[in-house]
Design a protein around this ligand. Sequence first.
Ligand SMILES: [Zn+2]
Length: 269
Amino acid sequence: MAVLTCSDMVTQCLEGQPSGWKQFVSEYLPFAATVLDRHFPRLSARRDELLRELLLRVRDEDARFFRDYSGHSEREFLMHLREYVLGVGEEQEAPAPAPEIPLEWDVFDRALTGLSALERQMVWMFLLSPNNDDTDQILRVDPKAVTTLLARAQEGLRAACDRWNPEMLAQNRHLLDQEARARRTKECPAPKVFLRALDGQITWRDREELDRHLAGCWHCVDQFCRFREILFLSRRTQPLPDPETEAYLKVLGIEARPPSRWKCLLGKP
Ligand SMILES: [Zn+2]
């Protein structure tokens, strides 16, 4: 378990205190590794190198990564880290080729009108990560329900588009993601509402209201799905053992262990 609260850790990292960095490395670098593996499987052979680079980058520019964080909970910090890791991974890969058949946002939205909040999440989990087939585990639904729904979504698109192919949805995912992120409305709930819902800490009526909103707002479906992915990945992530933590801290020039008492007494470095 983390010794410091997440916000104390952020403060300590900003102040350059080794204890904050030690916690960031041991508790959160494994999460960064999981995000990299999930979204950039082709980079897995370079994972260690990329994690070292990530560490240097979160420290550099006067620790801008930490200064830019404005959340209030650990999962919001994990979201901040997820987005940062995705940025680092994307830089390493060639830009995604333009979709063979472009999919207009309005066509996508119209074709999938009528899907429930949960059904929209099944579509969006596929868009976030088409190469992983664990949507059923993340959303805690029957795998057959996911397969059936995705086939239904594809049929809806085929009916709505002049030209269609089965790869169209996955190929347009980056453009759809950008559109969804830009479509925040003043009715969209704050992140804490999603987090309370995921913890089962909202009333039945509030949950119904949230589901009604999700059934009409891809912007919130996107955010909710990213939180669900974070929750799923963080539950499967173990802290780094001390020797590995120390090796990563050395990248930052931080000595994790205080000098021994004898070294201090003898005046050795
Ligand atoms: Zn919304």
